[in-house]
Design a protein around this ligand. Sequence first.
Ligand code: GCV
Length: 799
Amino acid sequence: MNSAPRRNPDRIPGSASSSSDGALSRPAGPPDAEPHAAWLPEAAFAAIGRRRVAIRGDGALVGTVAAEVAAATAAHGGSFTRLESGSGVSDADLVLTLTEDDDADLPSPPPPTTSRAGDHANLPRGRASTERNDVVGAQRGGVGAQDDVVGEQDGGDESFRVSREDGAVVVEAACDQGLLYGFFHVARLGEAAFDGPDLVERHAPASGLRMLDHWDNVAVHAVMGQVERGYAGGSIFFADGKVRADLSRVEAYARLLASTGINRVAINNVNVHAREARLLTDDLPHVARIAAAFRPWGIRVHLSVSFAAPMTLGGLGTSDPLDPAVASWWRDAADRAWAEIPDFGGFVVKADSEGQPGPFAYGRDHADGANMLAAAVAPHGGIVHWRAFVYDHRQDWRDRSTDRARAAHDHFAPLDGRFAENVIVQVKYGPMDFQVREPVSPVIAAMPDTRVALELQVTQEYTGQQKHAVYLGRQWSEILNFDFAGPDRDDARHAPDSDATPKSDAAPGSDAAPNSADPSHALPPTSVAGIVARSGGIVAVSNAGDDEFWTGHPFAQANLYAYGRLTWDPTADPDALLDEWVALTFPDAAADVVHALHTILDESWETYERYTSPLGVGFMVRPGHHYGPDVDGYEYTPWGTYHFADRDGIGVDRTVATGTGYAGLYPEPWASLYESPATCPDELLLFFHHVPYTHVLHSGKTVIQHIYDTHFDGVERVESFVAAWDRVRGSLPDDGAADRADRVGLADRVGLADRVGLADRVAERLAEQLRSATEWRDQVNTYFYRKSGVPDERGRTIY
Ligand code: GCV
């Protein structure tokens, strides 16, 4: 069904690297085998490929678009013309053009307005995004800072405009990066791009910073493996203790990411071990090769660095951020990085967190540390992503006064206004650690004078480790659209005349007005997306590896896809994004297959929550690897992740009145809503309150009955997933596994039996999901039955 990506024709088979995912059949296959096409099979380009396409303009990324169009038209029978600058464009079904001064034959571009994210009305026309003109630090973001433009760091306008007249489509962009995004926009729409009434739309990303962080190690770590919290085989960047010689897999990855809108990637783990620290020094020429693989796709590379590098790499006696020799070492390091990689992005730093070195050792704070690095990268237009994931991981579990949920706020909120302009404080979405359900971190709203990025986790550390089918688009959409101004503000978001809705860019009477589609217009400045889009952008931990299907579970591709699309437009409907992914990835699928995909994925996040940890309780997982149930696994540990269940009740009292005071860190009305069990949303009740098992929820059920019901129901839902897949798996068209092995001459070497097709891979994972969900159900129900002594009112089996 999926043909292979056309950019990797002749690759050299290499040796297998180790995998951190041991339980199921090795996900990766031979690492250099041609991977699954994911959401960009050749068929996804059929609508473009069978038409007459013209491209006009110069710039590296126009070359990328031209290569895509050439391949599509060659495969599907259309024609492709590369036009000289200034030439007419009338005879094509699809014109992809950089804006030129004499474009009389094209609809005029949108009028200049106040700048917004991704909007660069004053840029010269027809500009290539390779002409970097960084203005990092020119503006500061924050709540309500609507004129701030993170995207200006790229020096390029990423927006594009689509017009359709009598079925002929023109995509026009001021910069080549915008043209690339416009091309993928048309590919995504397929025939629909050419059908329907005439229109003019303008598209721009909500944020200029749309990033993925990899937690890849160069050397295989004794405990964490090649990819920390990676469930998709080895690293696509590193193997055998060095940067891979063959980076064609990185090119294919870059293409996938660019098609969703991602524009930055950090390539190594934020836990920077000794070998990985040297990426910043000895390995720079190889990092430059990785950057070169990403560059044609408009993606800039960043490195995670160790705060102790001046000592470990530089031989200094200190890493004190206020020591001039330390600052000088970092300046030199930055100079070398940018000399090697002119469009290098900057540093990602995990400092004073889970054992990583940081400024605390010298009595300095996070602003001291971050600002020193910021000064080193500023001359190059670089950014420092400084993570706010800071807490005491050596807590005494007997100490009820310390609350890990407070930690990031306690450390960072007092520093608001002290960070340099090119520091982005990167905040995990919740106050704990990527649980299936947490409240949104109050830190995001607490630093109006700091650039703040949201950090999500695409890799499924706590959400089934890519053995469980869990589509996270709905979770991320909920987080992004959480409004610190209160729950009622959500409805106001789309009201045309609401205060929360910035005015349209399109001037009255302009041709852009009727169909304008610029997502930055719809973001209330008090929503998570509104804050970070205008400030520090959106970052997530990637779920991709050298697995044949990229993501271990083939359906986890949907998460990578939806994440990218949501960074571009946080208001996008996550269910519609799932539809997009299904349509692109399974273009020939029969209706019953599509139905099965939706049966499994539509409410898979909620299903996972049901059979694992309802009502906001987290961390009932096996310590260390975090897979499978262990209700008390973290209860008596130093990690600060407790549920405090006893014979009478469960939950953490985080109220101001009687608890840790965490609820009071939110602006009103949330502080009051969370403070009282009467108004706290059911799904977060046990995060904020310790209540008796007999406490009655808004749903009318007691807490204990809710625990029983959700766990039984969760497993039944997984049973229905298995049944749905069993019904259709035989009718799935060939997914090309055998072909892919054949094409690279691997069929004989590895044996086709090692190449599991997509239908089988999914079936295998669903079987494990059912086994695991059953274990969750029985352990959690039994634990709470034994603690509480309250029987299930429906008399089902509990042990
Ligand atoms: C990279 C959690 C994970 C760690 C991860 C850490 C972080 O604690 O379990 O593996 O370390 O988050 O985000 O830094």
